[in-house]
Design a protein around this ligand. Structure first.
Ligand SMILES: *[C@@H]1O[C@H](CO)[C@@H](O)[C@H](O)[C@H]1NC(C)=O
Ligand SMILES: *[C@@H]1O[C@H](CO)[C@@H](O)[C@H](O)[C@H]1NC(C)=O
Ligand SMILES: *[C@@H]1O[C@H](CO)[C@@H](O)[C@H](O)[C@H]1NC(C)=O
Length: 344
């Protein structure tokens, strides 16, 4: 019995010396939309947190690292305040929205504590309310723009705060409003609130779409939110076998390749030449001396390529690739009549 007590004491004092801190424990905290809460996490024994420390939201398959010594994650930048004193890493979260509800984990020195935050509707000021619905599916295509719909049930009601965020699989980014320190240039000049007449219509236009814009977008206002699931379609080539093209030495030839919608803007365009001597990427060109040139500057989806100053060694297969699509051109090069006669 005594040895066991000694053991328990030994183990606990060992943990104590390793971490220098024994974390406080709290189970649940409740807050109201628009208000703020303190999620407590500190050393109960006056110890200090010396090792890595962080706050996680929804620990699990899609954990969000809300705060770590490096700083506060972008979507929480203006709402999360850490009491970063040596033994206290309590988190104050303000402007609460319903989707803030969930499990929070405070981690320090190999220990962690979980706190469940419940966010309730503030009855004092319901603000902008969205009609109940799951994520809204929206489809757009590359190069075009798309409207992400979002409106308060009363479109004349002006929300106090509006925020649009994008969840692109591995990161969460504020895309509207775009502050000078927004830290994400990808959406700069591409987002615009659409309706200037109804203050409660928060629909957002996202222009110049690329495949990597695909993801879930969230519109937030006055503690409420609405999710939009955006699918982006890319360039599609018409189905056809290799296209035979014939060119003459010394002349130029057009290798045809286009998305079925020539207004689509493929994210990456690549032309590869597979000839007897080499297999090489010819577009985008490695050098400026090139003999290759994209032809159509008006339609981003027209990837046709001009190949000039043909020689016999240009003969081969040309592969046009964009957005995972592939089109093959079989180029045959023959001597021009004059050249042929000169040789004979
Ligand atoms: C920790 O910091 C919070 C916020 O600054 C404060 O309210 C709280 O009293 C502190 N707790 C301790 C134990 O110092
Ligand atoms: C919000 O504005 C968009 C663009 O002007 C419009 O298409 C949409 O119908 C409006 N939504 C509501 C609910 O008024
Ligand atoms: C692509 O551009 C070339 C050269 O301007 C033109 O001849 C061709 O018709 C265009 N293709 C399509 C599908 O518009």
């Amino acid at each position: 019995m005594e040895t066991m007590l000694v053991c328990v004491w030994l183990v606990s004092s060992l943990i104590h010396t390793i971490s220098g801190c024994s974390l406080s424990a709290h189970r649940g905290v409740t807050g109201y939309t628009g208000g703020s809460v303190l999620l407590p996490c500190f050393c109960t024994d006056g110890g200090t947190i010396t090792t890595s420390a962080r706050w996680l939201f929804e620990p699990g398959p899609s954990t969000i690292i809300l705060w770590s010594r490096g700083g506060v994650d972008d979507p929480y930048k203006d709402r999360a305040l850490i009491s970063d004193s040596p033994g206290n890493m309590s988190l104050r979260l303000s402007d609460l929205i319903l989707s803030d509800g969930g499990l929070y984990r405070c981690e320090a020195g190999g220990q962690f504590r979980d706190i469940t935050l419940t966010v309730k509707e503030s009855l004092k000021n319901p603000g902008c309310v969205f009609s109940d619905s799951g994520p809204i599916p929206i489809t757009g295509s590359t190069g075009h723009s798309v409207v992400l719909p979002c409106a308060c049930t009363d479109v004349q009601k002006k929300p106090e705060q509006i925020k649009w965020t994008a969840d692109l699989g591995n990161s969460n980014t504020v895309i509207f409003p775009q502050g000078p320190t927004s830290g994400n240039d990808r959406y700069k000049h591409r987002v615009q609130l659409l309706d200037s007449v109804s203050p409660g219509n928060l629909s957002l236009r996202l222009s110049d779409l690329t495949l990597s814009d695909e993801g879930t977008y969230r519109c937030e206002a006055d503690g409420h939110y609405r999710d939009i699931k955006l699918t982006v379609k890319g360039c599609v080539f018409s189905d056809s076998g290799p296209i035979p093209i014939t060119g003459f030495t010394g002349h130029s030839v057009v290798l045809p390749c286009a998305c079925t919608d020539v207004q689509e803007k493929p994210e990456q365009i690549k032309w590869t030449a597979v000839t007897e001597q080499q297999s090489a990427v010819i577009f985008p060109p490695r050098s400026s001396s090139g003999r290759v040139q994209l032809l159509d500057s008006v339609s981003p989806g027209n990837l046709s390529l001009r190949l000039s100053d043909l020689t016999l060694s240009d003969e081969g297969t040309y592969r046009c690739e964009a957005d995972g699509q592939l089109k093959k051109i079989m180029l045959t090069v023959i001597h021009t009549f004059e050249e042929f006669c000169l040789k004979v």
